[in-house]
Design a protein around this ligand. Structure first.
Ligand code: PLP
Length: 396
């Protein structure tokens, strides 16, 4: 097998690059996959090289061949200037805030933000002298009206956690960049395969790699990609200074997940849409929150900017007692109840976003349930939910 030059590699299509990225059998004794390299200490051949730190790797916290293999694949997908990896998706959200914000700065955060990210904004940033305010995810270009002289960055997430509001990312980017304000985005739902965030001007793009990258509910990992070399330097310096490092086994498993991510998402997207459509016709369901459904208020934005949809969405049930929702969910045999998503298995959980929203008041009259559609047969999943709806009706 002949080795490709970097320009030849760059000319390949994305699917092909994802199969090749980050592996060179010559570096792993001929085996297809990179080796899992564990290590803190790197030995130098002599004093001169040690003093100049002249070696490809210098110390375990500064990088490692298994982690670099993952980063090569991530760079291929994200298309930015550089990526750092973190031991959780949550840290991938909080680290770029620490990287770009300083005391006296103001951060605008979408009201639909992933809740643990919100906790960080509420509990940690004020202690560092950073002011945070929340905005309506539907704000679009009117975000400009919320800028203060000290606004440094806007945090976006589209569609939003739990409630799936789309955001007009290009309009927010235009308004922000006109004022030298950075745009940060949690792009976990679409992944770079379905939303090319850097191409749309997002400066720092975050993934909970725990979800579709790893894809098997067996790894916690986060990734941060920066659009420009200057932004990458800020993120990388923060990463190095804090001492953030992931286990090489986790890098290996995530890389393994990425190799098949295309085909998993290709299967899960239509399954999610089929289920969303089926649910929208159920008499027990008031509304389905899924931007790829034509009836969704975010559909036009989704269609304009995204090239696909993942299989996570929510439903609002018609008003019914929580004990009836419990009867429905507790008896499911294929949908597990648990946080996280993006694995091969289906999940269902109740949520209530009303208590913590501050900039908007979600108008749900009935209980809300989030669903993740896995790789099971869709007819089996529908039968499981159908039986669940029968229990819901019997208990209400
Ligand atoms: C799960 C999730 C995270 C956090 O990822 P963890 O690896 O679980 O910390 C961040 N953002 C979104 C949108 C998520 O769904």
């Amino acid at each position: 097998m002949k080795k490709l030059s970097p320009p030849d590699f760059a000319r390949l299509r994305e699917k092909t690059r994802l199969v090749l990225a980050g592996r060179d059998p010559a570096d792993s004794y001929g085996f297809v996959n990179p080796a899992i390299v564990r290590g803190s200490t790197v030995i130098y051949p002599n004093m001169e090289d040690f003093l100049a730190r002249k070696s490809r790797y210098t110390y375990g916290t500064q990088g490692n061949p298994t982690i670099d293999a993952l980063i090569a694949a991530l760079n291929t997908m994200e298309g930015g200037a550089g990526v750092v990896v973190c031991p959780s998706g949550l840290l991938a959200c909080t680290l770029p805030m620490l990287a770009v914000l300083s005391a006296g700065d103001h951060l605008l955060v979408t009201d639909s933000v992933y809740r643990p990210t919100r906790n960080f904004c509420d509990r940690m940033l004020p202690r560092l002298g950073i002011e945070v305010s929340y905005y309506d995810p539907a704000v679009g270009g009117d975000i400009a009206k919320l800028f203060k002289p000290n606004t440094k960055a806007v945090w976006t997430e589209a569609p939003g956690s739990q409630t799936f509001e789309m955001q007009d990312i290009p309009a927010i980017v235009d308004a922000a960049h006109a004022r030298d304000v950075l745009v940060l985005m949690d792009n976990t739902w679409a992944t770079p395969l379905f939303f090319d965030s850097h191409k749309f001007g997002v400066d720092i793009s975050v993934q909970a790699g725990t979800k579709y990258y790893a894809g098997h509910s067996d790894v916690l990992i986060g990734t941060v990609s920066a659009r420009t070399p200057e932004q990458y330097k800020l993120v990388r310096d923060c990463w190095e200074t804090l001492g953030v490092i992931i286990a090489p086994e986790d890098a290996f498993l995530t890389l393994r997940g990425i190799r098949t991510m295309h085909i998993r998402l290709k299967e899960q997207m239509p399954a999610g849409l089929d289920m969303a459509q089926w649910l929208s016709e159920r008499p027990e369901v008031a509304r389905v929150l899924h931007p790829a459904l034509p009836s969704d208020p975010g559909h036009a934005l989704w269609k304009r900017d995204f090239t696909g949809a993942s299989s996570l969405f929510a439903i609002e049930l018609k008003p019914v007692a929580m004990k009836a929702v419990g009867a429905m969910l507790d008896g499911l045999t294929l949908f597990g109840m648990g946080a996280s998503w993006g694995g091969y298995e289906s999940l269902a959980l109740p949520f209530d976003c009303k208590p913590y929203r501050t900039a908007t008041t979600p108008n749900f009259a009935g209980p809300t349930v989030r669903l993740h559609i896995g790789l099971e047969d869709i007819e089996d999943l529908k039968a499981d939910l159908d039986a669940g709806f029968a229990r819901l009706r019997a208990a209400s």
